[in-house]
Design a protein around this ligand. Structure first.
Ligand code: SF4
Length: 341
């Protein structure tokens, strides 16, 4: 693919995506905006101390090889495009260009929020928001399709920016090859068994389940903070906690985020996704499911964020005590993925 299809690009720009180079994008997160306005911060602030107002939400690759029914994002296939065409990039952009491009684009977006900084605290947050300290590589697509991910992480770390990388679990070799590792590496946990996994993720590649289990195994060997993030949908994958427990033990992550699905964005397209408002679990239901998982795995119920309907489980007391990232200690060793293992 030489250029991203213009019509698709325009659709995404209307949804607030800002493109950087040929295949990367940033989009301001509602919690980053909230942070500048002194409103509710994201659950990663509560769980790990991430300053939402200093966070870049971005991706270096637009296409995804899964089509999760609960995904709020635009799924190219549902708009007539093929994910592998979107990722068939002739020449991938340079990591330095992408990092600098994302930081500059974030500053450009943030500059539009100055008018709302009508208190000293808000003005301080606005000024801080112009100096990003964290990047969430989870905006859309599968970021690990970007073949220079290690170099990209290194460029962010060199600028004192911590990195959360969210992978969908279809590229086990790619995560084993990461060096440096991100500050925190996520794999999405979308189903407790093969049948539910395939029904929930609608993979566009062969052997998705086998590759997924291989990725969980690979995750267990990595020396950095690791997370399995569950997105639970009633009537679809909020079943079989024993199956989830087996996968959690296979991956042995530092943390498990048990999160309820949100009926937002493109996930509301019932015709294409088959989901309804009643598919959304309450926080109470999420809490009970988490308690069952803690019983089955020995993980520790640690904290929760009710606005996002999410509960955090820690592997042990050591992980629990290290969950908040100490930003005053920003230094290469911490940002370059100090292990809790
Ligand atoms: S960590 Fe995620 S939810 Fe929090 S501000 Fe960044 S993109 Fe938004």
């Amino acid at each position: 693919m030489k250029q991203m299809p213009l019509e698709l690009k325009q659709k995404m720009q209307k949804q607030g995506y800002h493109f950087v180079g040929d295949h990367s994008a940033v989009k301001i997160c509602e919690y980053t905006a909230n942070g500048m306005r002194g409103k509710t911060l994201c659950y990663k602030y509560t769980f790990y101390g991430i300053r939402s107002w200093q966070c870049i939400q971005g991706t270096p690759a637009i296409g995804c090889d899964l089509g999760c029914t609960f995904c709020w994002r635009l799924i190219p296939e549902e708009h007539g495009y093929k994910w592998n065409e979107l990722n068939a990039v002739e020449k991938w952009d340079d990591p330095v260009m992408i990092v600098e491009g994302m930081i500059n684009e974030q500053r450009r977006i943030v500059s539009g929020y100055k008018h709302g900084a009508d208190t000293d605290q808000k003005m301080k947050r606005w000024e801080e928001a112009r100096m990003p300290k964290h990047v969430a590589l989870s905006l859309t697509g599968e970021p690990m399709f970007y073949p220079k991910m290690s170099a990209l992480l290194n460029e962010f770390h060199k600028r004192g920016i911590s990195t959360f990388l969210v992978h969908n679990g279809t590229l086990p070799e790619a995560i084993s090859a990461l060096n440096p590792l991100p500050t925190q590496l996520y794999i999405s946990l979308q189903g407790p068994d093969e049948e539910t996994y395939l029904k929930t993720t609608r993979p566009k590649v062969q052997n998705a389940w086998e590759r997924y289990r291989a990725a969980l195994k690979a995750l267990s060997a990595l020396k950095t903070r690791t997370v399995l993030r569950m997105t639970l949908v009633k009537g679809l994958n909020m079943v079989n906690p024993e199956g989830y427990a087996e996968l959690i033990k296979l991956a042995n992550p530092s943390y498990v985020e048990v999160k309820g699905f949100s009926f937002i964005g493109e996930a509301r397209n019932n015709e294409k996704r088959g989901l309804v408002m009643e598919s959304v679990p309450s926080h109470e239901e999420i809490r009970n499911f988490s308690k069952r998982l803690a019983e089955l795995t020995g993980y520790i119920l640690t904290t929760e964020h009710m606005p996002s309907r999410v509960v955090l489980l820690s592997r042990d007391e050591d992980a629990k005590s290290k969950r908040i990232i100490d930003f005053s200690k920003i230094g290469k060793e911490l940002i370059a993925g100090t292990s809790t293992n």
